[in-house]
Write a protein that binds this ligand. Structure first.
Ligand SMILES: [Ca+2]
Ligand SMILES: [Ca+2]
Length: 492
């Protein structure tokens, strides 16, 4: 009897220790802080966000979420954050895409990748492609309910479905179900189709109110609901300010509502925003200005919009689109023109020459030299000279020693030591891809890459290991002193 109760007590202690002692551990890399966020590379890790709702996360690559359709007996992904404990952390998608997220919870509220966000939550730079989301109310692809969060540079496609029928506010949107309590949605778009049998249904957000703003956004999905249905926003609620600025929508609107804004309880405010009267099938809206498809494809229609930094349009061919989502144009670069392969001596105190190669289709003089970065490092010099010929880049590290081809190249010099610092720890013989980014004079982004083969060894963490041999000893002091003497006194 006694030994049994001791055993039970011991087990209880173990259980308590187990619960307290084994703090939740993210299965990927990172520590969940702003400088060292958790790096999500799998759909399982995406789900793990629900176990630490206040951490910093980034996406380490595109995520295939299609497996979620068979999770939880067909209910799919479990929304991160709910009414009792909302997500207060940060997710920076770094431009990556989550494809095929599936949730089927037709009688549940707060349904999306993030069910509920609280103030201080920030979600940015992430795309949700081909999402299939079904919930009851407060349903979106990215967020069900945003209670004071900041959402920027996000997009979605797929289908969002809310409550089947009812004379209730269902708050269903292509990106966000409900945006409330001073939330913001900035430079986002949705092409998802949205369906609800009830009220407050919008192409981007079902509801926008209580001091919330939507700026520089658009939606093109078809929107179907019972009442308060809008191409962009279902209900833009005023008393505490629902604010829509520089937005447009083009999707077909079915049900009681309007082209851009379905309803504006007490008069929500809309500035400089437009909808397509042809494609929406609507000539009225509770906010915004209706234009024909032809006029929606002309820059002159969009009064006071920023077509330099934020928006772009191909005149008479496209609606406006957001520049931050444009993929960079690939260009050919040649590290060490004339040399193939390209050795990088990590001890070198010299410069690393790199050329951006011109061609019949690419005039290198259009590059804004101040914007050039190689592995994040700016060049110290640039000039124009025909030094090399582009090679067909079937293999990323393919290179050539071919010289001038009649097309001017942009030649650059980078301080080797700054590049070495930027690439971090490397071993002799490592082959590394270095990426060059820049913008053209018209703000179009370009990127190119070439490979180097590391000569020598570099370990950035231990500054005392001056000669980089992995051991801190007198040889380092000698190397340091020697270098100091050289750089201070000796002239070459
Ligand atoms: Ca080369
Ligand atoms: Ca050339």
């Amino acid at each position: 009897m006694r030994s049994k109760s001791i055993l039970v007590s011991a087990m209880a202690v173990l259980v308590v220790l187990g619960l307290c002692g084994s703090a939740w551990a993210f299965s990927g890399i990172g520590s969940g802080t702003e400088p060292e966020p958790y790096v999500i590379t799998t759909v399982q890790q995406l789900q793990e966000m629900q176990d630490k709702l206040s951490a910093y996360y980034v996406l380490g690559g595109d995520i295939d979420a299609s497996a979620t359709s068979s999770w939880n007996g067909g209910e799919g992904f479990e929304p991160v954050g709910n009414i009792t404990t909302g997500f207060t952390g940060t997710l920076d998608g770094l431009g990556h895409i989550i494809t095929g997220l599936f949730i089927h919870k037709p009688s549940t509220d707060f349904v999306a990748l993030f069910g509920l966000l609280r103030e201080s939550a920030e979600i940015g730079n992430v795309g949700l492609a081909d999402a299939e989301i079904t919930g009851y109310s407060d349903v979106g692809t990215l967020v069900g309910y945003s209670g004071g969060a900041k959402i920027s540079h996000c997009w979605s496609s797929g289908n969002v479905t809310g409550i089947e029928s009812g004379s209730v506010n269902s708050r269903v949107g292509g990106l966000v179900g409900r945006s409330s309590e001073d939330s913001s949605i900035l430079q986002c778009y949705s092409i998802a189709d949205v369906t609800s049998g009830a009220w407050q249904v919008g192409g981007l957000s079902g509801y926008n109110g209580h001091g919330s703003v939507i700026i520089d956004c658009y939606s093109t999905g078809n929107v179907k609901g019972y009442h308060k249905v809008g191409g962009l926003v279902g209900d833009n609620c005023y008393p505490e300010g629902g604010y829509v600025k520089r937005c447009y929508s083009t999707g077909r609107v079915t049900g009681g509502g309007g082209g851009l804004i379905g309803y504006n309880f007490n008069g929500g405010v809309t500035y400089d925003s437009y909808w397509d009267i042809n494609t929406s099938g609507r000539t009225s809206s509770k906010g915004g200005i209706g234009k024909t498809t032809a006029k929606m494809m002309r820059q002159a229609t969009f009064v006071s919009w920023d077509f330099v930094e934020v928006w772009d349009i191909i005149e008479n061919e496209t609606y406006p689109f957001l520049r931050p989502f444009l993929k960079p144009i690939p260009v050919t670069i040649d590290i060490k023109p004339g040399s193939c392969p390209n050795p990088l001596n990590v001890k070198s105190r010299g410069v690393l020459p790199v050329a951006v190669l011109g061609s019949e289709d690419f005039d290198v003089s259009s590059i804004d030299a101040a914007s050039i970065r190689l592995a994040g490092v700016a060049p110290i010099r640039s000039s124009f000279e025909d030094v090399a010929t582009p090679v067909s880049d079937s293999n990323e590290c393919e290179c050539s020693t071919e010289g001038p081809d009649g097309f001017l190249d942009l030649t650059l010099k980078f301080e080797t030591q700054r590049i070495v610092e930027a690439i971090g720890e490397v071993d002799h013989g490592d082959e590394l891809v270095l990426e060059l980014t820049a913008v053209l004079s018209d703000e179009t982004r370009i990127e190119g890459s070439d490979c180097v083969i590391i000569r020598g060894k570099h370990k950035p963490l231990n500054k005392a290991d001056f000669n980089g041999d992995g051991i801190v000893d007198m040889a380092d002091f000698a190397a340091f002193a020697g270098n100091w003497l050289q750089s201070s006194i000796v002239e070459y």
